[in-house]
Design a protein around this ligand. Structure first.
Ligand SMILES: *Cc1c(COP(=O)(O)O)cnc(C)c1O
Length: 373
């Protein structure tokens, strides 16, 4: 937390706005609009709720198809299933680990031949690294399919100088506790189309028609953010630029200490891609480390109470999505096999970072090389 979150929360208590309504929600939404350069924003219960409402705005329903990045957290695809639609999983390219534009084109062409036009494409900026939005948006518009930007991990990232969260027809953010800024739990839907946001706000507050009594013509949801959480969000928006610098400094530290090691690689920022480096990730190639795998590193870190994690398991490999259509190229499976997320909190001290890199360096040296020709 920064310096002002608690003061805003106290203000919510002092004014008794302990409800999913109140002045902090408007103030938080205004700060989102300003920072992300969008026309409209709705603060919601979670990033997942925002994505759900985005799909409803695009009339996604039973029998529809939605393209979704495979290499991501399950929340990117779950709302497709909530709507009874079919997710079509698309593999990643190697430069950003996000939607491979060539595979997007291939899948759209293939579906077109089957008489299918997907209702949306969900593009994710994994670990904060912006996807190749230029190519993705131009292919999407060629086929007349709207893009929803899942910017849950990418608050503060930019692509060609434009903020992640301001692309596509709509974008979602997450303020879950693990994200670069948090409201404990929360999310937002952003768009330059005010109608989309107005409708999302309407649906998020139980779809109450304009009447003195309770009248409903649509199925609504209870997806609005609490005024208390929005108060935290106001303070967090003030420190977001600092948090980005802190995360990037973590990344630079790890890179400086580890990148000269054979078999350890970092994801570079392609031209025009500026990542918030939400999480610092490495790829471990056992053929070049003398047999050390990412699991060796993870277990060695865990033994001294340092938590690290494999990258997201691709959704096409998840039991719950195993039967869904998938257009692949092997990239996400390789990332999952070799990738590790390192401790990346904004509040890590230099000692913390040094302790982690020391364990990694020692493990790289101590694991013996397996027999090889
Ligand atoms: C966290 C996350 C979400 C979901 O956000 P919640 O606020 O936790 O519902 C969606 N997509 C991605 C890529 C995420 O990392």
């Amino acid at each position: 937390m920064g310096d002002n979150e608690f003061a805003y929360v106290k203000d919510a208590f002092d004014t008794n706005w302990i409800a999913p309504a109140g002045p902090s929600i408007k103030a938080f939404e205004n700060s989102l609009k300003k920072f992300f350069h969008v026309e409209a924003a709705a603060a919601l219960h979670s990033g997942t709720a925002a994505l759900h409402l985005a799909l409803i705005n695009l009339n996604v329903g039973q029998g529809d198809y939605v393209l979704c990045q495979s290499m991501t957290f399950a929340a990117s695809a779950n709302p497709i299933a909530y709507q009874g639609a079919t997710p079509v999983f698309i593999d990643s390219e190697k430069d950003t680990w996000n939607l491979d534009p060539e595979l997007v084109r291939e899948s759209l062409e293939d579906l077109k031949n089957k008489g299918i036009t997907p209702k949306a494409i969900i593009a994710v900026h994994l670990y904060g690294m912006p996807a190749k939005m230029g190519e993705i948006e131009s292919i999407a518009s060629e086929y007349g399919v709207p893009v929803i930007e899942d910017a849950a991990e990418a608050a503060g990232s930019t692509y060609l100088g434009k903020r992640c969260g301001s692309f596509g027809q709509m974008a979602i953010l997450s303020f879950n506790g693990n994200k670069i800024i948090t409201t404990s739990g929360g999310g937002a839907l952003l768009s330059n189309d005010r109608h989309m946001i107005d409708n999302a706000r309407f649906l998020s507050t139980q779809a109450k028609d304009n009447a003195p009594h309770y009248q409903h013509s649509h199925i609504g949801f209870n997806y609005r953010m609490s005024n208390v959480c929005a108060s935290i969000g106001r303070g967090q928006m003030e420190v977001l630029p600092t948090r980005v610098l802190q995360r990037r400094a973590n990344h630079d530290f790890y890179r400086d200490k580890l990148q000269s090691r054979s078999g350890i690689t970092f994801l570079n920022e392609p031209y025009g891609h500026y990542s918030n480096r939400w999480l610092t990730t490495i790829l471990v190639d056992p053929e070049k480390t003398g047999g050390v795998t990412r699991e060796h590193l993870r277990i060695a870190l865990d033994a001294v109470n340092i938590e690290s994690r494999p990258l997201w398991k691709p959704l096409h490999l998840q039991p719950v999505f195993a039967d869904e259509p998938y257009y692949g190229n092997g990239v996400s499976e390789k990332l999952f096999r070799n990738g590790l997320c390192l401790p990346s909190g904004s509040n890590l001290s230099k000692d913390d970072l040094e302790r982690t890199t020391k364990v990694i360096l020692e493990t790289l040296e101590t694991v013996t090389t397996p027999q090889s020709a």
